[in-house]
Each structure stands twice: as structure tokens, then as C-alpha cells.
Design a protein around this ligand. Structure first.
Ligand SMILES: O=C([O-])CC(=O)C(=O)O
Ligand SMILES: [Mg+2]
Length: 587
């Protein structure tokens, strides 16, 4: 089939595949003949019980008298009318009564399943309180226990059993107009390692943020988990594990399944579907990104999203400590996706600011991995993504030795291993820096390289500190320090909105730089005076609109945007595109 189509040929996964789509045949239905399988789907007006059970339309006790008449709800609800505001107040009281974060998580997930708009109303209005529940750190614990707390699928599960049928699986999903997919294979969930199929919590959480923080409609978001097995023995022996009970498929088998998925996605949803790769292991993440970035609208959040948020924080902190990026020396603990991704974006921005060559810019950036400082003499045995960072230097066996030798002004932890910024390490960076920048980015909180309290205490209150997972403010000798949260949650929701609203067909690093610059521009002197290098999440929807506008502007400049003509005021356009969780009135 599709014998003579070009690169955008969408159906070459398997030449025996029985389903296909013509040029404009988004759902493959025109091509379907008698022996081909299609999903019969229909549109009906929800009423009565089915309306109450439909989370996208249910309003609980907020149905008006008129709606109760016209939608056959009489008697199905108690007589009272409760406004959305009162419902919100009641639910926040309930959620605050749970002590364990996981209970709060489950209460939130139940709410999402019952009443989607109310779920998003809570999340939007109480973002700082609820982000640590639906996102890191609690989502990490939820993934670890996902089998035990499992209630409903929440996203699409594509396992090796679905090989050869992935297009049909996509058609099984109940929403048709998908704009954003977040996909994981569960192999490196936060810093928690291989959680197999239970990684589903991550795409679900990320997409909840696309809606709450970035305003992408919930019906346009599709969480996907690819299950090729797990090497996590504990899960394999867990009677409640929800995934395939086998070791991970690798090599050709793995890449074939991923290729079938990527092909089916484009076939089913077209060119403008945004695919966010999330929490893949290093050994697949770089390869998948390189392979699909020329044919699909894709980015890797752990490589590129994290890079943009860190770059934004660094650009903002330069306003406090002075100098340009090129005046600083960067040392990373962790040379995987986040470490090398951030390093590359910093180097790119340096070349933009200072006419340096990329090679020269890279010389200011050093990485430490599990074998010590990444240096030239190790080049033969280094994975390819580390090679650009192997500079001339004598070997150093660990982080402390590397800090003493390199004397970084900026120390960044991206190794996924907790407690690695020890007292000695932080004292060492603080010994020659007036204001060391210390970023402990690994998630969840248990994997953070150090706590906020440790960073402030061991640097005698001089560190500019931010972390991947949130920490409470710390009071030291009567002075209160508020740590920032350097998490890609600042970037991907607004980035996604910008891509979707401009109809961009590819992601370029320049668009990531634009996102980082837009975020950095939202940091005011007032924030910096408080030691914050990011604006508070409280204003995230405004920030996301700015990021979206910056990303869209760049997409138009690069000729990658298809939403034409270009709206004159991109910020206003972004705001007008954003989903609001306020209840709608029904006819
Ligand atoms: O999910 C988060 O909080 C940030 C992230 O991408 C990761 O740690 O893998
Ligand atoms: Mg991630």
C-alpha cells in the first residue's frame, strides 16, 4: 500500500498492514474496504445518567434548573444547586484533610474521572498547592504503586501484544482530535528507574499540566505508555503489576514497535500532532529524538524541556551575579539526557550572545558521570552523547575532586541519584564563589542531589538554589530563603501551546531558546530580590502565554508555522486559545 508516497508516507510500517489512509484521509476510513477494520464511532447528545457519568460534561450539583429539565436530570440529583466556586471550596477542604500525599493524588484522580472541569478549576486556582500532588514528587510514588491504586486506564497502553495493530489501537481512543501526545516507555521514570507500564502516571500528569498550565484542551491530550516489558524484578514479582510480565525487549524488536507507533501516530493524526518523549532511558532517548525529529513534530522533554528551563534560570540569575554566560564555568553531575541537553542549549545560547564558536563555548562546560570527570582520555569508551564534552584534563575520579579542579561557578545535578551534593562539595563550590549557583534537578524529592536547607546551610546562605522538585522556604539565622523550582513544567505547557496554535510542523532548537528567553523575561527584580530565579507558578498561565507567543513567533520566522495568516498579537492569540475550566452553559 501507499506505494508511491514520499517521506511523509504514513503506512510503511508493515506492508501487510490492513489499514491505511489516503492523502486527506485522517482516520483511514476512506481507504477501508470490506476486509479492513474501522472503529464505528458516533456523536450523540449526552443526557440523564450518561451526562452525569461523562467527566467532560458533568457539572455535579452545578446543573441549573433549566439544564435539569432539558437534559433529563430531574430526580437524578438532590435538589440543591451548588456553584462551581462552592464545589471547589468543598473539594479543597476534603483534599486538605488527607494527610498522605498519595491519598490527595487519588482524590484528585477520582475528581478528574468524575468532573474534569472541576479538576482543572482546582488545579488552576491552587497550582502551587496541587502541583506537588498531581506532579513531582507525588506522581513518582503513584507510579511506584500504580498497580495497587489502579482504577481506570487514563491513557493508551501499547504493548508488544499490539504489534501490527497500533493504528487500530489509536482509533480505539475515545477522542479523535488529538493535538499532543506524551509518550513514555517507563524505563527511566524521574530518578526512580524502570517502572515499566506503571510509568503511565507520568504522561497523565504531564498532560494534566498541558491543560492546567498551558491551556491545551484536555480532549486534545493523549497519554501513551509503550510497554515492552520491564527489568524491574520487584514489579515482575508484584502480583498487582499492570504490565507485561517479561524482560524488556531491546534492539530491532524495540525499534520496530516504536517505529510502528510513530508511523501510526502521523497517519492517524496528521503532520501537526506534537509528540513529547518522556522518561525514556538514555540509550534510547537520543536515538529516538534524532531519528524522528526530521519527520515528526517531536521533542524530548528531559533533554530539551529541562534544558530550556535551566537556561532561563541561568539567564535570570546573571542579573544578580553579573557577567555573561561565557564568563561562567559549568559543572554537571550526570551526563545523560538532562545534563547533555542543558549543556548543549547553554553552549548554543553562548554562541548566540558572543560570536563564540560552538566548540569554544562547550569548553566552558564540564560533565561528571559515574566514572568521574568526562575527559579526552576517556573518549573511546564514552557514549556518543558525552563525547562533545570530553575536554583535555587529567582524570578526576569523583565530583569533589572535579569541583576542586574545575572550580565551577554553576553546579548542576542531573544524575537521578540523591544526596550526591555533599557538605564537602557544597563547601568547596562556596569557598571561591560569592554566590554559587546550585541546581539540584533530579526528581522526585528523594533523588534530589541535596535539599534546599542543605544548600543554604552549607553555603552559609550564599547559594542561589533551585531544585527539580519543590522545597519549602528555609529560615536560617532569621533570614528566609525561598528556593525556586527548576522543572520543565515551566516550559512544556507553554511550548506545546505555541506549537499547536501556530500549527508548527517541526521543533527546532531555536524554538527552545525562544521558550527559555520568554521564561527568563518573566523574572522581575522583585523575584530576584527574594532569591528566586523563576517567577512563581501562581502566574504560570500568563507565563505560558508569553512562552507560547515566543515559540510561535520563532516557528513563523522559520517558516514552520501553518496557521496562516500569522496573528498580529501572538500573546493575545495565545490567551484566546487557552482552555478555561469554568463550566459552560448547556442548551
Ligand atoms: O517530571 C519531572 O518532574 C521532571 C522530569 O521530566 C523528570 O524528572 O524526568
Ligand atoms: Mg521527565
Amino acid at each position: 500500500m501507499a506505494e508511491s508516497r514520499d517521506e511523509s508516507s504514513l503506512v510503511d510500517v508493515d506492508s501487510n498492514s490492513t489499514v491505511g489512509g489516503g492523502v486527506h484521509d485522517v482516520y483511514g476510513e476512506d481507504r477501508a474496504t470490506e476486509d479492513q477494520i474501522v472503529t464505528p464511532w458516533s456523536v450523540t447528545v449526552a443526557s440523564g445518567c450518561s451526562l452525569l457519568r461523562d467527566p467532560s460534561y458533568n457539572k455535579g450539583l452545578a446543573f441549573t434548573e433549566k439544564e435539569r429539565d432539558t437534559h433529563y436530570l430531574r430526580g437524578l440529583l438532590p435538589p440543591v444547586y451548588l456553584s462551581q466556586e462552592l464545589q471547589e471550596k468543598r473539594l479543597m477542604i476534603n483534599i486538605r484533610q488527607y494527610e498522605a500525599p498519595l491519598q490527595k493524588y487519588m482524590a484528585m484522580m477520582d475528581l478528574e474521572e468524575r468532573n474534569e472541569r472541576l479538576f482543572y478549576k482546582l488545579l488552576v486556582d491552587h497550582v502551587e498547592e496541587l502541583l506537588p500532588i498531581v506532579y513531582t514528587p507525588t506522581v513518582g510514588e503513584a507510579c511506584q504503586k500504580y498497580g495497587s491504586i489502579y482504577r481506570r486506564p487514563q491513557g493508551l497502553y501499547i504493548s508488544l501484544k499490539e504489534k501490527g495493530k497500533i493504528l487500530e489501537v489509536l482509533k480505539n481512543w475515545y477522542e479523535k482530535n488529538i493535538q499532543v501526545i506524551v509518550v513514555t516507555d517507563g524505563e527511566r521514570i524521574l530518578g526512580l528507574g524502570d517502572l515499566g507500564c506503571q510509568g503511565m502516571g507520568i504522561p497523565v500528569g504531564k498532560l494534566a499540566l498541558y491543560t492546567a498550565l498551558g491551556g491545551v484542551r484536555p480532549s486534545a491530550c493523549l497519554p501513551v505508555t509503550i510497554d515492552v516489558g520491564t527489568n524491574n524484578e520487584k514489579l515482575l514479582n508484584d502480583e498487582f503489576y499492570i504490565g507485561l510480565r517479561q524482560k524488556r525487549a531491546t534492539g530491532q524488536e524495540y525499534y520496530d514497535l516504536l517505529h510502528e507507533f510513530m508511523t501510526a501516530v502521523k497517519q492517524n493524526y496528521g503532520e501537526k500532532i506534537l509528540v513529547q518523549f518522556e522518561d525514556f532511558a538514555n540509550h534510547n532517548a537520543f536515538e529516538l529524538l534524532a531519528k524522528y525529529s526530521s519527520t515528526h513534530l517531536v521533542f524530548n522533554d528531559d533533554i530539551q524541556g529541562t534544558a530550556a528551563v535551566v537556561l532561563a534560570g541561568l539567564v535570570a540569575s546573571l542579573k544578580v551575579i553579573g557577567g555573561t554566560l561565557a564568563d561562567h564555568t559549568f559543572l554537571f553531575l550526570g551526563a545523560g539526557e538532562a545534563g547533555t541537553g542543558i549543556a548543549e542549549l547553554i553552549a548554543l545560547e553562548m554562541t548566540k550572545q558572543s560570536n563564540k564558536l560552538l566548540e569554544e563555548a562547550r569548553e566552558k562546560i564540564w560533565l561528571v558521570d559515574s566514572k568521574g570527570l568526562v575527559v579526552k582520555s576517556r573518549i573511546e569508551s564514552l557514549q556518543h552523547f558525552k563525547k562533545p564534552w570530553a575536554h583535555e584534563h587529567e582524570p578526576k575520579k569523583d565530583l569533589l575532586d572535579a569541583v576542586k579542579a574545575i572550580k565551577p561557578t554553576v553546579l548542576i545535578g542531573t544524575s537521578g541519584v540523591g544526596k550526591t551534593f555533599t557538605k564537602e562539595v557544597i563547601e568547596a563550590v562556596s569557598s571561591y564563589n560569592k554566590k554559587p549557583i546550585i541546581l539540584a534537578l533530579s526528581n522526585p524529592t528523594s533523588q534530589s542531589e541535596c535539599t534546599a536547607e542543605e544548600a543554604y546551610t552549607w553555603s552559609q546562605g550564599r547559594a542561589i538554589f533551585a531544585s527539580g522538585s519543590p522545597f519549602d522556604p528555609v529560615t536560617l539565622n532569621g533570614k528566609t530563603f525561598t528556593p525556586g523550582q527548576s522543572n520543565n513544567a515551566y516550559i512544556f505547557p507553554g511550548f506545546g501551546l505555541g506549537v499547536v496554535m501556530s500549527g508548527a510542523i517541526r521543533v527546532r532548537n531555536e524554538m527552545m531558546l525562544a521558550a527559555a528567553e520568554a521564561l527568563a523575561n518573566q523574572v522581575t527584580q522583585e523575584h530576584l530580590d527574594k532569591g528566586l530565579i523563576y517567577p512563581p507558578f501562581r502566574s504560570i498561565r500568563k507565563i505560558s502565554a508569553q512562552i507560547a507567543a515566543g515559540v510561535a513567533r520563532k516557528a513563523y520566522e522559520l517558516g514552520l508555522a501553518t496557521q496562516l495568516p500569522r496573528p498580529a498579537d501572538l500573546v493575545a492569540f495565545a490567551e484566546s486559545c487557552m482552555y478555561s475550566p469554568v463550566y459552560r452553559n448547556y442548551r
